[in-house]
Design a protein around this ligand. Structure first.
Ligand SMILES: [Zn+2]
Length: 534
């Protein structure tokens, strides 16, 4: 049984949801020997059918796990399948028995007998399976059939322009890649619209998205969902077919180090913000807001001084996918810094008369179309072909913990980052949601110097009872940064006291703005940058 599913770099040990494994040959139940937690061996008669039965506990609602209730079923097949050793490249027939009124939705071709036929194990694992009494909406992108299936709420009914806008985003992806039509010969979108949630998983011919109804109701909610659509759709090229060689073929049993995840996810994340704009579905001010939010988040991640972008990619399995309260201090997401580097690379290539889109298209033609995995030298060569100095610069930007020269590149397109200073002194902690428990203590910050740690429950500041995080902020505004504040807190059931000396107010966020003093030609450079082409 696979240990993980492609696109989500975490060993999930799916076998922990498996129950009641039985193997039968005719009327005889066979003994099974467990060789590894997810691997069995058995003795059976040759040339007689073998029946293997098992059950899966399907209670985990995410785009990479299995969830079944009275409303719907979703199976990430990596979490369901047992693979027969030595039969990885053998075609597999899939059939389903569903409750009355339910329809199945999956990207596999029908087998003509009411089931589906997968070319091999990989195609089957790459087929997300949604089922339920859902409506299915058909549309086309450049003549290629697409389906949109929603669970939780039918977005197509509540938002009549939705499918047309999705189609525009898909066409913008094709234009970016310089192709007339999508790489897939048919495509399935599955959306789980939940109260809260965010995520997506890419497949060759499909994607599964999760998005929150609360988030969708926000002013930028629809735009963010279109960005998620763009992100996963672009993955049908970048990462699915234009794939790192380390994932060719995929080893489902163990974690594989992929040094170029920054390219697979960072470049895709960079474009997911630009594509709705390129599709005419958002405005320049929206892009500046969204990109500014990411650049701010990046600048406020101290872990970028500890972990390089290359390391972030290599350590995905044990760091990004397994975050803890200290993560922001010792790591940086290859999605986030990868997108920042993609921006820098795009603007650098423009100084050479090219653009990131052209590098992506070259790689698509040299490696993606034929699904030949790329390695680091291939990636570097593709960049160097458009800007020779990247042979030196790109390795530095990937290996170094220092920031690439972002400001200088933003200047090229008349943009500037401006800092907003916090109204209160910096305690060096973050409180947990609605409670007064420390969710984060900044490395070498004021709270850490005061001996506080993650999990401490704050009770009072200078004798004033704390009942909410808001109380904390209000009380800190009152005290200067030089004076010590008496903190009463509880750790492990014991009440303690310490003195906290806050740091002066620091940068709370960065905003990306148009520089009113910029030279006139930068406005034209910005227009060309936003058109995605040189
Ligand atoms: Zn992605």
């Amino acid at each position: 049984m696979p240990g993980w599913t492609p696109g989500s770099y975490l060993i999930r040990d799916y076998v922990r949801t498996l129950e009641d494994l039985q193997v039968w040959q005719g009327q005889e139940r066979l003994a099974v020997e467990r060789l590894e937690p997810a691997c069995w061996q058995l003795r059976c008669a040759a040339d007689a059918p073998l029946e293997v039965r098992w059950r899966i506990l399907a209670t985990d609602l995410s785009v990479r796990t299995c969830h079944l209730n009275a409303d719907h079923g979703f199976l990430a097949l990596a979490g369901v399948l047992l693979q027969v050793e030595g039969e990885r490249w053998t075609p597999i027939r899939l059939s389903l028995e569903l409750p009355p009124g339910w329809q199945p939705f999956l990207p596999l071709p029908p087998d003509g007998q009411g089931g589906w036929l997968a070319r091999d194990v990989d195609q089957l694992i790459d087929s997300p399976l949604e089922a339920g009494p859902h409506s299915c909406h058909a549309f086309t992108v450049a003549g290629v059939p697409h389906r949109w299936v929603g669970w939780g709420e039918d977005l197509v009914q509540s938002d009549p322009a939705w499918l047309a806008d999705v189609e525009r985003v898909c066409l913008a992806c094709c234009r970016l890649m310089g192709v007339a039509r999508p790489a897939a010969s048919s495509y399935l979108f599955v959306l789980h619209l939940l109260d809260q949630g965010f995520g997506g998983l890419e497949h060759h011919d499909a994607t599964v998205l999760q998005f929150g109804r609360q988030a969708l109701a926000e002013p930028n909610g629809r735009r963010r969902l279109l960005q998620l659509v763009a992100h996963e759709y672009l993955h049908q090229w970048n990462v699915r077919r234009l794939r790192p060689a380390e994932l060719t073929p995929i080893d489902y049993d163990r974690a594989t180090v992929v040094p170029s995840l920054w390219f697979a996810e960072g470049v895709t994340s960079y474009y997911d913000q630009l594509l709705p704009l390129a599709a005419g579905l958002s405005e320049e001010k929206d892009l500046l807001e969204d990109l500014g939010t990411d650049l701010s988040r990046y600048r406020l991640t101290p872990g970028r001084a500890i972990q390089s972008l290359r390391l972030s990619s290599e350590e995905a399995w044990v760091k990004l996918y397994r975050p803890d309260p200290h993560a922001v201090d010792c790591q940086v997401s290859y999605y986030l810094k990868g997108a920042v580097l993609a921006l820098v690379l795009d603007l650098h290539l423009r100084r050479h008369g090219s653009a990131l889109a052209l590098v992506l298209r070259d790689l698509w033609r040299s490696h993606g179309v034929v699904e030949r995995g790329y390695r680091w030298p291939d990636l570097l060569a593709a960049f160097v072909a458009h800007a020779a100095d990247l042979s030196t610069l790109l390795p530095i930007w990937l290996e170094s913990e220092e920031d690439p020269p972002l400001e200088s590149y933003l200047e090229d397109v008349g943009l500037v980052l401006s800092a907003e200073i916090s109204p209160h002194p910096t305690p060096g902690w973050q409180l947990d949601g609605r409670a007064t428990t420390l969710a984060r203590v900044s490395r070498a910050g004021a709270a850490e110097r005061a001996g506080l740690q993650v999990g401490d429950e704050l009770l009072a500041l200078d004798g004033h009872r704390l009942r909410s995080p808001e109380d904390g902020r209000r009380l800190l505004i009152g005290c200067g940064s030089a004076a010590a504040v008496t903190v009463l807190y509880c750790r492990d059931g014991l009440v303690r006291q310490t003195q906290l000396v806050c740091e002066p107010p620091g940068i709370e966020r960065w905003r990306l703005c148009i520089d009113a003093a910029a030279a006139a030609h930068t406005a034209e450079a910005r227009r060309r940058w936003l058109s995605l082409l040189p």
